[in-house]
Design a binder for this molecule. Structure first.
Ligand code: XIL
Length: 395
């Protein structure tokens, strides 16, 4: 079963007591254990790792390597929770709008635009010297109710043009990048070129993809334009055919001189998945890089829905997964940004989209619900520390 097709379940209401992990437990991660295990036996035991809380932030570690680290956020949370906002500003160099720039949020009616949410996020980013990333101009989900009954083959191009010109124009000069088209490839649907059946495909044919990039470039020639998709990560038949179809799409766009500057790999990972192939994923990343594209890891998280309940064990497995994946993707110098889909387990879409059957709160992100750095944070930090310095590519 494609786990991505699971229907959104009712919001999990946390009745179980939140699992608190004492700070000391952070010291006993797989990484630290390995260091101790490798120390010569005649030496005194390795000194305990300093508490994670005092260490340099993810954004600083990333910046030291010419990388950007950031996360998705929602404005109402940043406003309501100053402690969360502080942690966000401390760890992140780039903020991506989780929901506020989707059609559903931006377009209350066919003639109106509501920029309140997006503007609040941009203001927060600017106030904290963060870059701002737009998500997403064209997607088959999060469309407003009026969309289906209003758009026709005759007016769809006009709506697309107006939407992109208005929204990209509104943020022109202020965004690092836009996810122009999200999730347009679905090889399992067996259409030519593996394109997904979406309202946009129905209305405009497969050309909607390149049209969207052209319109976005016209509205903001400075913004990096990104094709963003999921299911590209593992050594499975499904992910392999998705990698091939996405690569073919990128090749077509580049050879038609479409203004596209990066591939966004969502990287919604599964903590229970073991099928990694550094060779196959690495080869795909190299092929993308050979097209003169940057690669952004755009929505990284590690679902713990199928992992054991024990918090220390679960955190270690999630952290190991982060480290394994990041070591593979960061080996490719064209990977220049890593964003997690949220920062703290306090606010993650997986609470409702991948709730644990045992009802325990999910723990997929770098910080716990109390905003303390977890083994996942340490794994990301270690992967950033271990990677080589990259030169930021210009467009
Ligand atoms: C998710 C948000 O995190 C949720 O809050 C919302 O209810 C549904 O969308 N891929 C994407 C994102 O590109 O836009 C999705 O975000 C997660 C999967």
């Amino acid at each position: 079963m494609n786990r991505r097709l699971l229907l959104r379940s009712a919001l999990y209401s946390a009745t179980a007591a939140t699992s608190l992990v004492a700070c000391d437990q952070f010291k006993k991660t797989g990484l630290v254990d390995t260091a101790i295990a490798q120390a010569p036996t005649v030496q005194p035991p390795a000194a305990a790792a300093p508490p994670l809380q005092g260490q340099p932030s993810l954004k600083r570690r990333a910046a030291a390597k010419g990388l950007l680290y950031g996360a998705a956020a929602q404005p109402q949370i940043l406003t309501a929770e100053p402690d969360f906002a502080n942690s966000f500003a401390q760890e992140c160099a780039i903020l991506v709008s989780e929901n506020q720039l989707k059609w559903e949020a931006l377009r209350p009616t066919p003639t109106q635009f509501n920029f309140a949410g997006g503007d609040a996020l941009l203001a927060f980013a600017q106030q904290h010297q963060m870059l701002f990333r737009g998500h997403t101009l064209v997607w088959h989900n999060a469309l407003p109710d009026w969309f289906r009954e209003t758009l026709t083959r005759a007016n769809a191009r006009h709506f697309l043009q107006e939407h992109i010109a208005t929204v990209v124009g509104h943020y022109a000069g202020k965004v690092h990048s836009w996810d122009v088209v999200n999730e347009a490839i679905a090889p399992e649907e067996n259409r030519p070129h593996g394109v997904r059946h979406t309202p946009w495909l129905e209305l405009l044919g497969a050309d909607y993809i390149q049209l969207a990039f052209q319109m976005a470039h016209q509205a903001d020639p400075q913004a990096l334009l990104v094709y963003n998709d999921y299911g590209l990560d593992y050594d499975t038949v499904q992910d392999a055919s998705k990698r091939t179809a996405v690569l073919r799409l990128l090749e077509r766009l580049k050879s038609a001189n479409v203004p596209i500057h990066a591939l966004g790999i969502q990287a919604h990972l599964w903590g229970s998945e073991t099928r990694f192939s550094p060779e196959k994923l690495g080869q795909f990343l190299q092929q993308v890089a050979d097209l003169d594209l940057q690669i952004f890891i755009t929505e990284l998280d590690v679902a713990d829905v199928e992992l054991p309940a024990n918090v220390a064990e679960r955190d270690r497995l999630v952290a190991d997964h982060y480290r394994r994946y990041l070591d593979i993707v960061l080996a490719q110098p064209a990977v220049t940004a890593v964003l997690t889909w949220g920062l703290s387990d306090r606010h993650t879409w997986l609470t409702s989209f991948q709730p644990r059957p045992d009802g325990l709160p999910v723990r997929p992100l770098p910080l716990d619900q109390q905003l303390r750095r977890k083994p996942a944070w340490e794994a990301i930090a270690a992967a950033f520390d271990a990677t080589s310095v990259r030169q930021l590519l210009s467009i």
